[in-house]
Design a protein around this ligand. Structure first.
Ligand code: MN
Length: 228
């Protein structure tokens, strides 16, 4: 195939223990999936239907990177999240079958320009520029589920400059991973290469230039990112 402008390279993520990489198709993120974080965002943590937003596939950043502080914000926030990577696809997949689509798991940061997101919320406008900006999705190497299984409990935390800022447990998700994936498959047809960020515990807060972020999910990995 020839292209009228030079084609860019496919965004990919390292896979632990493999030389082959995971190609990224789309990035979907769940909002407010831990009760305490829902409350800190001013929401009601009842079991309302999950909601989703997206980031561009090329928003991913490899573990260990040093990033520029993003433009157009004075309130960049960290959100530490379990990330699900899909090897299969489908529409309207029942929760009892949807885990067959999962390739593996990673630790990710849903970096958020909170001031832009809050202004969008207040104005009834889309969240895209608060959430889907360049380099807004740092992520570790993917751990294949064939090796680590499907984590449904265990610690998830992030430190900023060595101080714990968010600390929770995967078991505290309002919507479990199979429930989330099944619901999402009713909104879009899931596809191999899709990543799903599964929401963040409470304690979200600001990141400034010079900060180092260290994120962790038990049994999945450790993520380190620095802002120059
Ligand atoms: Mn998030």
């Amino acid at each position: 195939m020839t292209t009228v402008i030079p084609a860019w390279s496919l965004p990919t993520i390292e896979v632990a223990g493999e030389s082959a990489r995971f190609p990224v198709r789309r990035i979907y993120c769940v909002g407010r999936n831990y009760a305490a974080h829902t409350r800190e965002m001013g929401g009601d943590p009842t079991r309302e239907d999950p909601f989703f937003f997206a980031k561009p596939a090329d928003a991913i950043v490899a573990n260990g990177a040093t990033l520029p502080y993003p433009p157009a914000t004075r309130n960049l926030h960290h959100e530490i999240e379990l990330v699900v990577a899909l090897k299969g696809g489908g529409a309207n997949v029942p929760a009892g079958k949807v885990m067959d689509l999962v390739y593996g798991y990673a630790v990710g940061l849903d970096m958020t320009r909170r001031d832009l997101q809050n202004a969008a919320k207040a104005g009834g406008k889309p969240w895209d520029m608060g959430k889907g900006f360049d380099r807004s999705a740092p992520v570790t190497a993917i751990q294949p589920a064939a090796r680590i299984g499907h984590p449904s409990k265990g610690a998830i935390w992030v430190k900023v400059n060595g101080v714990v800022k968010q600390s929770g447990d995967l078991a505290d998700m309002i919507w479990s991973v199979p429930e989330t994936l099944s619901y999402l498959s009713g909104l879009v047809e899931l596809a191999p290469g899709d990543l799903i960020f599964t929401g963040t515990p409470d304690g979200v807060g600001p990141v400034v230039a010079g900060d180092t972020l260290e994120g962790h999910v038990d049994g999945v990995g450790d993520l380190t990112i620095r802002y120059a």
